[in-house]
Design a binder for this molecule. Structure first.
Ligand code: SF4
Length: 381
């Protein structure tokens, strides 16, 4: 799926954020007009914020902001929200027809996990991304069901993190907001309290926890004291009634103590709203660290089932994400969710024959080259 494209910019000084529109009857002065016809526009009669076109040439006045010679704009539908940069980059920020939209808060992070799917970048992107998100959020439809906030580590925005959380609550009061954070910043009680004061009942913080033993967790996230900070952060968040999800990524480092971790979660964090066990993504750092990480999901299916059933048996809300049905014991299929966002979800050729295709979550697109050796279609009797 294409989420960015590029063309040649004219008259663009700063980032433009707006909804794309192809229909002259629906555009307003904030719209980003997509124009793919070869006849001329009378720029004095039509108001729009920026023009995007695949045309090879355009003749415009000095005020009109344009990106031309874009290879294709077919991936954009009316209502999608994009940012247009002065370098001609057009990034899709929000897809009108998708339930899987997320704001990338920053690419900076204070951890450096062995299997990070989006390795941190040490550059200050906070100002620019925050500015873009501040303009994006009011444009998102009020009936948006769910919106993610990802990173990097979103709390590294500092004060801007709370501004963002506040704006999301005010502008999108009906939207479920799901923030992915390593939770370490909330070891500072005042930060957890700040979030609690925003008091958004639709806000969930998803926090990774990879082991019950601090050295294993710290090794996986490549940061000293991370375990203690994360556990303290989770407790502080709970103190201020923040909804919390625990995320456990399944790999060679986390599997050996998986049942102990489940036990730890039940004994020490029974207040969390959701625990999810997640298959490994073959992207980012994972291919580089594959020797340290890879276990065929078929080979950990029993440990996974035991951990899931243990927590479910204790009354906790448990899920399995990023896993295919054919490598899971049937008794835990009820916990398997179709969790992979549409734009990165794929299936193997043999899946087309499988009668479970509609209920199976499939694979990440980037896992098509690294998946269980035990994927087999369920065939009709
Ligand atoms: S064969 Fe494909 S569709 Fe069927 S369960 Fe396995 S991964 Fe899912």
């Amino acid at each position: 799926m294409i989420l960015r494209t590029r063309g040649r910019p004219i008259n663009i000084d700063n980032h433009i954020v707006g909804k794309v529109c192809r229909d002259f009857d629906n555009i307003d002065s904030d719209s980003i007009l997509i124009w793919e016809n070869d006849f001329a526009i009378d720029f004095n009669k039509i108001r729009f914020s920026c023009l995007l076109t695949t045309n090879e040439n355009v003749v415009v006045n000095e005020q009109t902001r344009v990106v031309y010679k874009i290879p294709s704009l077919n991936h954009l539908v009316d209502g999608d929200i994009v940012s247009v940069g002065n370098d001609g980059n057009i990034n899709t920020l929000y897809r009108a027809n998708s339930f899987h939209n997320a704001l990338l808060a920053t690419e900076r992070c204070n951890s450096n996990c062995l299997m990070c799917s989006q390795p941190p970048k040490d550059r200050n992107d906070i100002e620019i991304l925050h500015d873009i998100h501040t303009r994006l959020i009011p444009l998102i439809p009020k009936d948006c069901i769910e919106l993610g906030v990802t990173g990097g580590e979103p709390t590294l925005l500092g004060e801007k993190f709370f501004t963002l959380m506040n704006q999301l609550k005010v502008e999108l009061p009906q939207t479920e907001i799901h923030v992915l954070s390593n939770g370490r910043s909330f070891a500072w009680n005042r930060l957890a309290r700040r979030l609690g004061e925003i008091d958004n009942k639709r806000l969930m913080i998803g926090i990774p926890l990879y082991s019950d033993y601090y050295q294993v967790h710290d090794y996986i996230v490549q940061a000293n004291h991370a375990f203690y900070q994360t556990i303290l952060g989770i407790h502080n968040l709970s103190r201020y009634n923040q909804r919390i999800e625990i995320r456990v990524v399944l790999h060679k480092q986390s599997i050996p103590r998986l049942l102990k971790l489940a036990n730890y979660i039940y004994k020490n964090l029974p207040f969390v709203e959701h625990v999810t066990f997640m298959g490994l993504e073959y992207i980012g750092y994972t291919p580089k660290n594959i020797e340290k990480l890879w276990i065929d999901p078929y080979d950990y299916k029993d440990e996974l089932a035991e951990a899931v059933e243990y927590l479910a048996g204790k009354g906790m809300n448990v899920s399995i994400y990023n896993s295919t049905l054919c490598v899971l014991p049937e008794r835990v299929w009820q916990y398997a969710r179709k969790s992979i966002s549409d734009w990165k979800n794929d299936y193997l050729p043999e899946c087309s024959k499988c009668v479970k295709l509609d209920s199976c979550g499939g694979l990440f697109t980037w896992n098509l080259n690294k998946h269980s050796a035990h994927i087999r279609p369920f065939l009709k009797n």
